[in-house]
Design a protein around this ligand. Sequence first.
Ligand SMILES: [Zn+2]
Length: 128
Amino acid sequence: MLTNQQLKKLKALLMAELKEIEERNREKVNDLENENDSETFHGDEADQATFLEQRNRILRLRDRDRKLANKIQETIQKMENGTYGICESCGCDIAFARLKLRPVASLCIECKQEEEEREERDKIFKRR
Ligand SMILES: [Zn+2]
């Protein structure tokens, strides 16, 4: 079980990360809008390709950030209703050392490794 102090520390980490994501995305959205206003689309094809590539990259990052932000909010919710730090797969306590590195972890290290091995196997299978 986590102590209140450990919980508080992890929550602070999550809040800081959430804030960072929000700020990062605000900047990116501004960049995107500024570029839209510019003459980029009237440039030659290479310019246009670069612009589209950049835009796609930004959108991809935003998508990833949005998922992470959701995950963080879910995790904070779990802290509030007292289900945080419990492995979703086997129900054991997740070690504080692991949570400190990855506060959004919802699986203990053993279950996580198992999951990764399974994903690895699926990847190999799909490649064939
Ligand atoms: Zn587990």
